[in-house]
Design a protein around this ligand. Structure first.
Ligand code: FUB
Length: 320
């Protein structure tokens, strides 16, 4: 286990290997003095840095500085949350959730010529985008964006891509509100299709219910492929687990498999899973260095291992 940026607060890592190096795209936490609430107003981030390294376990971590600032985003309201970056034809596309001037989360795009940025934002968010935590997975030239997050992430304001007049979370006995997935357009700037639900089934083939709080989706989607299987990984939010579910297609359905990381110190838990130089790594965050302040989180990395039958060995997060 290693803290990666000990001199600043960084969270929500998205991680990719570009040009032979590991690039980390985190949220940039800071003390903005906004009081803590269930809406997540205290996560009041206003810019992004990019980090890179060529040795995960011991190498130097290079800070490429501020690569996108909220003041340069034409449609910005507030709160730059978890982003991700995808590469296509030598261009790098950063996808970021941000509240617009009406305090509604949308997903924006910013473009760079290099993985370390700087990223230039488009003038408007992706049409029809909503909620938070975009994560982009590429396969055979198709790019799939997973997104969504409950509570302050506003996913409960929508059903099947339509805004609800009276937002609500499903009853405990109903199917859980799922993350969403949509293929991106050829120019990487829009959705190519209506997003679809990322359904997670239990061991009997039934969708997890909303009341199944230690297993159902809350936020922080990530996708990776291992031995031909698609691993959809996510946070259970208010129960603080990172979990995984596997399937045979990027669209799912996925079957719940287990816990990747037990709770950390801090409320949120968020991650990326990446293979580099023959090993798999879990990048995540906790609030140990800030003394448990949930909005001041620190980036960590640890090795992630699989059993011979493709199960992920559970890692101890060290929290309560
Ligand atoms: O950083 C703000 C939010 O906290 C992220 O978007 C969530 O995934 C959680 O980590």
């Amino acid at each position: 286990m290693r803290y990666l940026v000990p001199n600043d607060y960084m969270a929500d890592p998205a991680v990719h290997v570009f040009n032979g190096k590991v690039f980390i795209y985190p949220s940039h936490d800071w003390e903005s003095d906004v009081p803590e609430n269930d809406n997540g107003d205290h996560f009041n981030m206003k810019d992004y840095h990019v980090f890179s390294m060529d040795d995960v376990e011991n190498g130097q971590v290079t800070d490429h500085g501020v690569v996108l600032d909220v003041k340069d985003i034409p449609w910005a309201g507030r709160q730059l949350w978890d982003s991700d970056v995808a590469c296509k034809n030598g261009k790098y596309y950063m996808y970021f959730p941000l509240k617009d001037k009406n305090d509604v989360f949308r997903i924006g795009v910013a473009i760079a010529d290099r993985p370390e940025g700087p990223f230039i934002p488009q003038s408007d968010p992706i049409r029809g985008s909503y909620s938070i935590d975009p994560a982009v997975f590429e396969e055979n030239g198709s790019y799939y964006m997973y997104f969504g997050g409950l509570w302050g992430g506003q996913l409960q304001r929508y059903r099947d891509n339509k805004a609800q007049e009276n937002p609500s979370i499903p009853a405990d006995s109903e199917a859980a509100l799922p993350a969403r997935v949509a293929k991106l357009s050829g120019d990487m700037l829009q959705f190519a299709e209506e997003s679809k639900p990322v359904v997670i089934l239990d061991e009997k083939g039934k969708p997890l219910t909303q009341g199944d709080t230690t297993r159902r989706f809350f936020e922080a989607s990530w996708m990776h492929k291992y031995n031909g299987k698609y691993y959809f990984t996510y946070s259970t939010g208010d129960t603080h687990f990172l979990c995984y579910a596997t399937g045979d297609s990027p669209y799912g359905p996925f079957t719940y498999q287990g816990v990747i990381l037990t709770p950390v110190v801090g409320w949120t838990t968020h991650h990326a899973i990446v293979e580099y130089k023959g090993k798999w790594y879990l990048f995540h965050h906790d609030s140990v260095p800030s003394g448990g302040r949930t909005w001041l989180r620190s980036l960590k990395v640890t090795e992630l291992t699989y059993t011979p039958d493709g199960k992920i060995n559970t890692i101890n997060g060290g929290g309560g």
